[in-house]
Each structure stands twice: as structure tokens, then as C-alpha cells.
Design a binder for this molecule. Structure first.
Ligand code: ADP
Ligand code: MG
Length: 262
């Protein structure tokens, strides 16, 4: 049990179910999921392929609606909202990170990061400035003109994270953010997500790997559309890797670009 008093719930999900009709078959992707996530938590979701993790992430991210159940995000009941209201909530409150980065090809890092602000109607000059600042925040201030093909996998994921945080969301949802990366690059990305969490963003990520999940203080395990485990690691600090290897932002790292390396 966490020893601190509970912070305000950012996510309150009750009895979420999701069924898909596949011909004459019904697929039960979620079978009654209830979950609270407080503001400022970092939560890892694990579980076998097909257990419902992405289905839950899509609902939490207001990309999809549950078949039944309720979902309140930052005090707003979203389960019955129309799609334009959902789009507005997504834009204001949520940043997404995906396994395959989902960047526009042949488009600069800067323009990729500007995209959510285009949808939000932010004027061009302010878009450039905020996109540049977000790229600097992920250690890519020197790569703003590069296209995805001119960047490594880890750099592309950092562009995607810059895009996710550029509208200053409360919640970052990352579905297997390190699934396409080697282990060193995965560590760098987890360090970055941990730092964003330390700065106040709530982070929910899906992973297959225990050493990635270990960066989060709380772990949920899915099986057949249910949460079968919900554990909070006892430790003094709220977030960090298992072996205390985390470096502070701009700390002991010899590279001048900050903690994230090249
Ligand atoms: P995970 O992310 O844990 O691998 P998913 O949430 O993607 O699992 O899928 C859960 C179950 O729902 C699986 O059986 C999957 O085949 C099914 N499913 C997911 N999306 C759809 C869809 N759009 N149409 C039909 N079935 C789906
Ligand atoms: Mg999935």
C-alpha cells in the first residue's frame, strides 16, 4: 500500500467492458476493468498479447469508447461524449506515444512536433517556438530540421515524445514505447518519461518487459480482459529505475545536451 495520502484521481474507470463483433463471434477485449490513477503517478501495464492492454489505452486516451462502464478523466465523464468533444479532450489533456513512433515521413522533426498545435489552432510563430522548446526538452534541439529517415529510432521516439508533450498534457499514454528500440535506447527513453513524470505529468505505459515496467512504481497486469495484479513498489522515491541508476536532468551526464545523450 502507498503510505502517502491519495492525490486527486486523474483517471477513474469503473467496470469498463469492450466487445468487438467479429462475424458471428464476439470478442471480449475488456471484461469489467475498474481503475483509479492519481495525478502524478507512473503506471506500467503488462500482460500477454491479446489481454486487452491496447484496448484499455485507447479508451483511456479517448480514442475509443467502452461498450459499457464509466470513465471520468480529470473530473469529466467522457464515456458518452460525442467524437468532437472527445477530440477536444484528447488535444487538451493527453499526449500519445506509440511503438512505431507514428511520425509523418519526409516532414521535419519541428513540423511533426507542431502538428498537435495546428489542430489546436495555435498561431504559427508560437507553434515554432513551442515545438523548438519541446525538442530541446527531449535533447533534440540540434535536430529540428531532420526528417524521420535522418534520425535513429531512439531520436524518432524522442520526436514523438516532444510531439506528445507540446500541448502540455496532464497525461502521457505510451503503448509499448520501447518495443521497437534496443535496450540502451529503451533506457534513455524510460529516463525521459521518468523525468517528465517527475515534472508532474501522469504517465501510463504498456510494456512486455519487466525491466521497463520496473521504472514505474505501480504495475498492473492484464489477463483475458481483467486486471489480475495491481502492485505498488515500496520505496522512498516516487519513480525511478530499479537499481537507482537514474541521473538527474542536466546532472552528472558529461554530454552538454543534458541527460539524454545523442
Ligand atoms: P493487447 O494490447 O493486450 O495485445 P488488445 O487490446 O489489442 O490486446 O486486444 C484484446 C483483444 O481484442 C484481442 O483478442 C484482439 O484480437 C481483440 N481486438 C482488439 N481490437 C479489435 C478490433 N478492432 N476488432 C476486433 N477485435 C479486436
Ligand atoms: Mg497492444
Amino acid at each position: 500500500m502507498p503510505s502517502t495520502t491519495p492525490a486527486r484521481a486523474l483517471i477513474q474507470a469503473r467496470d469498463l467492458t469492450k466487445t468487438y463483433a467479429m462475424g458471428d463471434q464476439t470478442v471480449h477485449a475488456l471484461r469489467g476493468v475498474s481503475l483509479d490513477i492519481a495525478e502524478g503517478e507512473m503506471v506500467a501495464i503488462m500482460g500477454a498479447s491479446g489481454s486487452g492492454k491496447s484496448t484499455l489505452m485507447n479508451i483511456l486516451g479517448c480514442l475509443d469508447q467502452p461498450s459499457a462502464g464509466s470513465y471520468v478523466l480529470a473530473g469529466e465523464p467522457v464515456q458518452d461524449m460525442a467524437s468532437d468533444a472527445l477530440a477536444s479532450i484528447r488535444n487538451r489533456r493527453i499526449g500519445f506515444v506509440f511503438q512505431q513512433f507514428n511520425l509523418l515521413p519526409r516532414t521535419s522533426a519541428l513540423e511533426n512536433v507542431e502538428l498537435p498545435m495546428v489542430y489546436a489552432g495555435v498561431p504559427a510563430a508560437q507553434r515554432h517556438q513551442r515545438a523548438r522548446a519541446a525538442l530541446e526538452r527531449v535533447g533534440l534541439g540540434q535536430r529540428t530540421g531532420h526528417t524521420p529517415a535522418e534520425l535513429s529510432g531512439g531520436q524518432q521516439q524522442r520526436v514523438a515524445i516532444a510531439r506528445a508533450l507540446v500541448n502540455n498534457p496532464q497525461l502521457i499514454l505510451a503503448d509499448e514505447p520501447t518495443g521497437a528500440l534496443d535496450s540502451q535506447t529503451s533506457e534513455d527513453i524510460m529516463q525521459l518519461l521518468t523525468e517528465l513524470n517527475r515534472q508532474g505529468m501522469t504517465v501510463v505505459l504498456v510494456t512486455h518487459e519487466a525491466d521497463i515496467a520496473a521504472w514505474a512504481r505501480r504495475t498492473l497486469v492484464f489477463k483475458d480482459g481483467h486486471i489480475v495484479e495491481d502492485t505498488v513498489r515500496e520505496e522512498a522515491s516516487a519513480a525511478g529505475p530499479p537499481q537507482g541508476a537514474r541521473a538527474p536532468l542536466g546532472g552528472s551526464d558529461p554530454q552538454s545536451g543534458g541527460a539524454w545523450g545523442p
